[in-house]
Every structure is written in C-alpha cells, then in structure tokens.
Design a protein around this ligand. Structure first.
Ligand code: 2P0
Length: 319
C-alpha cells in the first residue's frame, strides 16, 4: 500500500518449530522456494517475541535479548533487509527488540521463530491486517522454515507451483496430539561450521544421492499424515527418524562432506535404539546440527528423563 500508518509500537510472538519431514533443498534460492513439502510441529511457548517501535532517534537499531547489535553485523543486516521489504523505500526508521526464550542449551534454531515473529510484528506495526497464509509466505522470504512458525500445532509447508511463491506457505493441520513430547538433547552449542542455507545448496549441487530425497520426503509426508490422523505414535516416530537420517545421508554424500554429527550424537542415537529394543516407544529427529530431538509420549516421560539426564522437555499440545 502507498500509505503506511505505523503505530508507535507493536509486539508479536511466534513459536519455534521442529520438522518431522524436513525441508532440505530449494528450487529458488532467492525466494526460499523448497523442492519438497515439509511438516513440523510448533513448540508452544518456546520461541521469539519481537517488539517494533517507531524510532525516536531517526535510526534503525536492533537489540537481541537486550543487547544492541552492530547494525552492519549479520544478524541486524538480515533483519533490516527483511523489514525493508515491508517499508519498500519509505522512510520509517524503527527500533527492533527481539527476545528468544528458547533455552540456549537446547540447540534450536531461532531464525524460524525470529522471522515469523518479525513478520507478525510488522503486520501489526504497519496495520496491514494481512491473511495468515500471506504472512506465512512473507516470513518464508526471511527464512524458509519461518513460514511454518506462523501457526501452532502441526503445520505443513506446501511448496506451491507459482514462480512468485505466494502459494508456498504453511498450512496448519486441524489434528492435535495431547501428550506428544519433544525432548531436547544437547550435544553441543555454538556456531556450526556450515549453516543450513549453504549446506542444502552444497547437497543439491554435489550429492547424487539427493535425487532420491524428494521421493523419500513425499512418502514420509503421506505416512505422517496417516500417523497423525490415526494417532499411531510408532508410525509417527519411525517416519520422523527415518526422514531425518535420510536427510543426513544426503548431507554426508555431499562434497566436501557435511557431517553435522559429533561422537556424542551417535552415542545418543545408539542409546535411543537400545531403549527401543527394550520396549520404550522412543524415537529421534535431528536438524543441521549435532543435537537430537527425542519424540515420545507423556506416559514414558519419566523413563526417558531417567535415561537422558538434564533433558529439556516440551509438550506442544500440553501434557
Ligand atoms: C527443517 N532445516 O525442515 C530443516 C531441517 C534444517 C534441517 O529448515 O535458507 O534456516 O533460511 O530457508 O529455514 C533450516 O533452514 O533455511 C531448516 P533458509 P532455514 O527444519
């Protein structure tokens, strides 16, 4: 719109999300259009709160967890470039306050909840009142997985067919799963050597194995929908775990090789397999990093917490 009427201040929250069927590979790197549909679960109260304030000093400034960020640094630059999509050249300096309540020990990405919260805050601040799916498509431009963080519960990111990407956004599923638990196993924190963006590009360009990935993802997506509809936890867990390992197989088959695992990651996987052999309904998923995210149900929480000391547990649909 030609006329934007910013409020003095606006604030929004968006949850982090964990994919059960992963997004890995883009058909358009500029618009973050994916090769395959993905399906995630949002993490309830864990995520990002963003407050936008009409700048009292005429400058764009950015704070992260109360600490002002260098405006030419990566974090602020990426965020301000995204805001510029909404300002479209108009002079509307802004102060951005971003707070993550994701436990730093959890090894969770914050770019998904960050761009989703920023998109929601921009919509409020500029009084745009856009549709949720339109906001989801916009959030995708900041970070692909952010389009899934616009919604609670299970969310499918549909890849879409249009070149402009406006049909590539999250779609929330109606089904809920009370008692579904996610346990965050911290193996290592700190910056990873190769981020997701560069990692998926490398896989696409160098791993022949990647050719099978879209087939894997399509089959897994169908299984996940069936698992969610019929509350079949074993099917959900198996599918998520195999999907994550299939994605990692394509990473490992890249050149130079992309191995996000640490010895402790493998030890934790083996512990999960051992517990499963002993009858525990426990599965894991992993993203572009060394940490595991355990999947289990509320009735097994005590047993899982006993096996993994210091586990951070999230119940996306409540206990
Ligand atoms: C996912 N990941 O589905 C997958 C699994 C990482 C591994 O979405 O380049 O930060 O900003 O679109 O969204 C992380 O990728 O990448 C991600 P960009 P993004 O959760």
């Amino acid at each position: 719109p030609a006329q934007l009427s910013p409020l003095d201040e606006a604030e929004a929250f968006a949850p982090s999300n964990i994919a059960l069927c992963k997004y890995w590979g883009k058909r358009d790197a500029e618009l973050n259009l994916p090769i395959n549909n993905s399906l995630s679960v949002s993490l309830g109260h864990l995520g990002t709160r963003t407050r936008l304030q009409r700048s009292p000093d005429g400058r764009d400034r950015v704070w992260l967890n109360g600490i002002e960020q260098d405006s030419s640094g990566d974090f602020a630059a990426k965020l301000l470039a995204f805001i510029e999509l909404f300002r479209a050249g108009r002079v509307l300096p802004v102060h951005v306050h971003t707070e993550n309540n994701i436990p730093t020990a959890a090894g969770l990405a914050s770019s998904a909840s960050g761009f989703a919260a920023l998109t929601l805050a921009l919509d409020k601040w500029l009084q745009l009142a856009l549709e949720p799916t339109v906001l989801s498509a916009f959030a995708r431009l900041g970070s692909g997985s952010a389009c899934r963080s616009l919604f609670d519960g299970f969310v499918e990111w549909q890849d879409g067919i249009h070149d402009d990407g406006m049909d590539s956004h999250g779609v929330p599923l109606e089904a809920r799963w009370p008692g579904l638990q996610i346990g965050l196993v911290k193996v290592a924190t700190g910056e990873k050597a190769v981020g997701s963006r560069a990692g998926m590009q490398r896989t696409l360009e160098t791993a022949h194995l990647y050719q099978s990935w879209p087939l894997q993802a399509a089959a897994d997506l169908e299984k996940l929908h069936r698992a969610i509809e019929t509350r079949d936890f074993a099917l959900l867990g198996q599918t998520a775990e195999q999907n994550a390992l299939s994605m990692h197989a394509t990473m490992i088959a890249s050149w130079p090789p992309l191995l996000y695992w640490q010895p402790e990651s493998v030890a934790a996987m083996q512990r999960v397999w051992q517990l499963r052999e002993q009858g525990l309904a426990l599965y894991f998923t992993m993203d572009a990093g060394p940490n595991l995210k355990l999947l289990f149900e509320a009735r097994d929480r005590a047993a899982v917490e006993q096996a993994f000391a210091g586990l951070e547990v999230v119940a996306p649909f409540g206990d």
